[in-house]
Design a protein around this ligand. Structure first.
Ligand SMILES: *Cc1c(COP(=O)(O)O)cnc(C)c1O
Length: 376
């Protein structure tokens, strides 16, 4: 399928880098594609960024059949624009769709859509280290009717947002509250999918944590509230007596791309890894024994985020990592690869092709075939 391109006649200025924050501003264009019953996916196109108009009975507004992804594009010193593990994100988008009974789509087409959109909005990729263009592929149920069943119509869209540092407090260690009352998702639930409902369900807990002076919550398993799951939008790691420990995948937590990268680097470096269930009691005991050396979260938005404090049962467990922490090493290595400063030995980074020649007619443009995919 060809991606039609309709360029805006009113391009906007990108705000100063210091004002970017996270997810506040959006670039000039977006990608759209629609699905309807027998026809399947059709009309992939890039259009000026603009509001949607939907019927109030749209299924997504009532029952939340909706999925998304989040990845970043980085501008290198040579001006090129580079994506980090883009196919891992596209594959997870497909797995989330499967879990939410959303019809399958062509992975290569989504990759080509991301490439074409970024090529059109090249100037929206900020060029200071630490900044990036955040890419948000989203897919929602758009059929107009009330009834709890999979929609017959969908819209996929991709918007992009130039971003600075994720947390307002920069790279300062975060304060995380261990959540013992609310749960994220039970076993057999939608925890492994990036679906809207998971986040709606988490808001109450994080609002209460914020009122108590914490940045986020650490979720425990929904059944016993003992086993550690993950943080808001990050997977979680601990270093106890030199061993890197992280909860296993199993459907209740997200299969994070940053989590994978941390584990693969740890393997390269010969760090002892344990992917296993770990209780909050074990963390507290390790802390008392002086063996809890590090705690950090991993996710695309903040990359690697140091956890400085875990609030649990009215007490704060303080974690003072050493200057030569593994966390710091993961952060330097991953961001180094993302910004092209460190050699990418894993083939994680791909460059957005420069399509240069667009064929133009009536102000509409058609993307030329992309030599990396051949599916334009
Ligand atoms: C997106 C997300 C993560 C992090 O995944 P990355 O692929 O590393 O960005 C972790 N947990 C949840 C719940 C998420 O939504």
């Amino acid at each position: 399928m060809k991606i039609l391109i309709e360029k805006t006649e009113r391009s906007r200025e990108m705000p100063p880098i210091a004002e970017l924050g996270f997810g506040k501003y959006f670039s000039d264009h977006m990608f759209l594609m629609d699905y309807i019953g027998e026809e399947g996916w059709h009309s992939p196109r890039i259009v000026p960024f603009q509001p949607f108009s939907f019927d109030p009975s749209s299924l997504v507004l009532h029952y939340g059949q909706s999925i998304f992804e989040g990845l970043k594009a980085y501008r290198w010193k040579d001006g090129s624009i580079n994506l980090f593990r883009v196919m891992d994100h596209v594959d997870r988008f497909v797995r989330s769709a499967e879990r939410l009974v959303i019809p399958e789509f062509d992975r290569e087409l989504v990759l080509n859509a991301i490439h074409t959109l970024l090529d059109v909005d090249r100037r929206w990729v900020p060029d200071e280290e630490g900044t990036a263009l955040y890419i948000r592929p989203t897919l929602i149920a758009t059929e107009n009717m009330l009834g709890v069943r999979p929609s017959n119509e969908y819209r996929m869209f991709i918007i992009t947002s130039p971003v600075g540092a994720y947390y307002a407090c920069g790279m300062a260690p975060t304060r995380i509250l261990v959540e013992e009352k609310y749960s994220r998702v039970p076993e057999g639930g939608t925890g492994g999918a990036k679906t809207a409902g998971n986040y709606a369900a988490s808001l109450k807990a994080s609002a209460e944590a914020k009122r108590l002076g914490y940045n986020q919550v650490l979720w425990l398993d929904a059944k016993e509230h003992r086993f550690i799951e993950e943080v808001g939008t990050m997977n979680v790691f601990f270093v106890i007596d030199g061993v890197l420990i992280t909860p296993p995948l199993g459907g209740t937590i997200l299969d994070g791309v940053t989590r994978r990268s941390v584990l693969e680097l740890a393997r390269d470096w010969g760090v002892e890894i344990q992917e296993r269930r770990i209780t909050i009691d074990e963390i507290a005991e390790a802390h008392i024994a002086g063996e809890l050396q590090e705690a950090f979260g991993s996710g695309t938005a903040a990359v690697i985020s140091q956890i400085g404090m875990l609030g649990w049962r009215g007490k704060d467990i303080e974690i003072n990592e050493r200057p030569d922490s593994l966390r710091q090493r993961f952060y330097e290595e991953i961001t180094g690869i993302q910004y092209g400063r460190i050699e990418d030995r894993h083939g994680w980074v791909t460059t957005v092709p420069n399509a240069q020649a667009y064929t133009s007619s009536n102000g509409h443009h058609t993307a030329v075939p992309d030599e990396t995919t051949g599916t334009a």
